[in-house]
Design a protein around this ligand. Structure first.
Ligand code: PLP
Length: 452
């Protein structure tokens, strides 16, 4: 699905500093009638960020012809490192071995946006799932998980007391980032098809009519969300995108469960709907390859990613080189078909687990709770009937029975409010553990209902 994607630019770099080189994110050269002023979204700290002079110099050094004498590059000599080779065994029984050049890259500093061969592979994957992208004005930066990308995006935009929009409940790792800025969070209710767009529109209209601050960001976890297990419908995504254009906000599309969607069709992403350059999309390999490798990636307008790159260059400098090179090798080994069949395998694994969980909650909880079948991911969001708050049930009664759930209040924007919900994860428990755990939950609910 090809999209005509025309993004606006600021003329020149946001910081007024010119950068160049294949490893950095260059300012877009494409002009568009839709001129987003990205500086509107940036806070004061971000506006002060500049490329590091030395890092820029080392990018130039990389372009020198072979044999050039590198006396200005401040990196350690890989010959002194205690590693001679690197080989891993895959679950399939095959091996992956790094050659000398790959090993040198895996042990050395990398450009802040990431390992170029991996970025190129990820660009191919993004186009396959989200349509043709204009890489002259869009970029990818590799991050230590989606979480780092999110944190950098929040740090790029938020000012103290800014207003943001989020589904309620939602991923606590995102809520906590915004709370650091004392954000005024507009929590939007959800149903099985994601955030309720009418509620969102009304909330925005109220703010506009009341002359209140209009949010600059909406955070969404669109596929098989944590904790609700719902996927935002394409219709609602289009409506949210329309509101983003009308009210001028950016969409943070945090989508780590995209490849764990159990429905037949891949969801249409916000990124694939983005004609104005308003979407920062956060992908993650945590749920599909390894959470410990810490590989995520942000895709979005270069004008924004460049600011995140500057931040990266003064914080962790870059995501682990070893992880990046290893993932690149794996993706190269698999090719497209191998990758898709891996995705299918993982998806089937979790679907099976979801089905077993649903069968078990039906068996033990049909008269005690209600829920919607999760359409992907790892979570079942369950409402206990007749209980206004699950706090004591989860944090005391279930713990006494040696079974752990996540209480609903902990995933709400306002954690002080009572919540009748429980998040149950079906990712790691075995069938017998699910059976015992859910029957114990049923006992605990009955005991709790007698007291309340
Ligand atoms: C919605 C959501 N976003 C982001 C993350 C963080 O993922 P990563 O391991 O890629 O940092 C998680 C992890 O649980 C999550 O559920």
């Amino acid at each position: 699905m090809a999209q005509s994607q025309i993004y606006p630019i600021l003329d020149g770099s946001l910081t007024g500093t010119k950068i160049s080189g294949e490893h950095s994110i260059s300012p877009s050269k494409v002009l568009s009638p839709l001129k987003i002023d990205y500086s509107y979204f940036l806070n004061e700290t971000t506006k002060k960020r500049k490329p590091s002079e030395l890092r820029e110099l080392s990018k130039l050094a990389e372009k020198l012809p072979p044999g050039s004498i590198k006396l200005g590059v401040g990196v350690p000599n890989v010959q002194t490192f205690p590693f001679k080779g690197f080989e891993v065994e895959l679950a399939s029984g095959e091996n992956i071995k790094l050659n000398q050049n790959e090993l040198a890259a895996a042990l050395q500093y990398l450009p802040s946006i990431g390992y170029t061969p991996l970025i190129n592979k990820l660009k191919e994957i993004q186009e396959q799932y989200h349509g043709v992208q204009n890489w002259k004005i869009k970029s990818i930066m590799i991050t230590s998980g989606a979480q780092e990308g999110l944190a950098k995006a929040v740090d790029m935009c938020m000012r103290q007391g800014d207003c943001v929009i989020m589904p309620d409940p939602t991923y606590t790792g995102a809520i906590d980032l915004f709370k650091l800025y004392d954000a005024e969070i507009l929590g939007i209710k959800q149903d099985s098809r994601g955030v309720k767009v009418k509620d969102l529109e009304n909330a925005l209209l109220l703010r506009k009519n009341g002359n209140l601050k209009i949010p600059k960001l909406i955070y969404l976890n669109p596929t098989a969300s944590n904790p609700c297990g719902n996927t935002i419908s394409t219709y609602r995504k289009r409506e949210i995108y329309r509101l983003a254009c009308e009210y001028n906000f950016l969409i943070l599309e945090d989508d780590p469960y995209y490849y764990l969607n159990f429905e037949n069709k891949n969801p249409i992403s916000f990124m694939s709907l983005d004609t104005e350059g308003r979407v920062l999309r956060f992908d993650s390999l945590s749920k599909i390859m390894s959470s410990g490798l810490r590989i995520g990636f942000v895709t979005g307008p270069s004008n924004l990613l460049r600011q995140m790159e500057y931040h990266m260059s003064t914080s962790s400098m870059h995501t682990s080189s070893l992880s990046q090179v290893l993932v690149y090798k794996l993706l190269s080994r698999w090719d497209n078909e191998g990758l898709i069949s891996h995705f299918m395998r993982v998806k089937e694994f979790y679907k099976h687990k979801r089905d077993y969980m649903l069968q078990t909650v039906k068996k033990y909880l049909s008269d005690l709770a209600e829920w919607q079948d999760p359409c992907g991911g790892m979570f079942l969001w369950l409402k206990v009937i007749g209980l206004s708050d699950t706090r004591r049930l989860v944090t005391s009664r279930c713990l006494e029975k040696n079974v752990i759930f996540a209480p609903g209040y902990a995933l709400a924007i306002d954690t002080k409010k009572p919540s009748p919900f429980i998040r149950i994860s079906f990712s790691i428990a075995s069938p017998s553990e699910v059976d015992l755990g859910i029957s114990l939950l049923a006992d605990a609910i009955r005991e709790e209902l007698q007291l309340s």
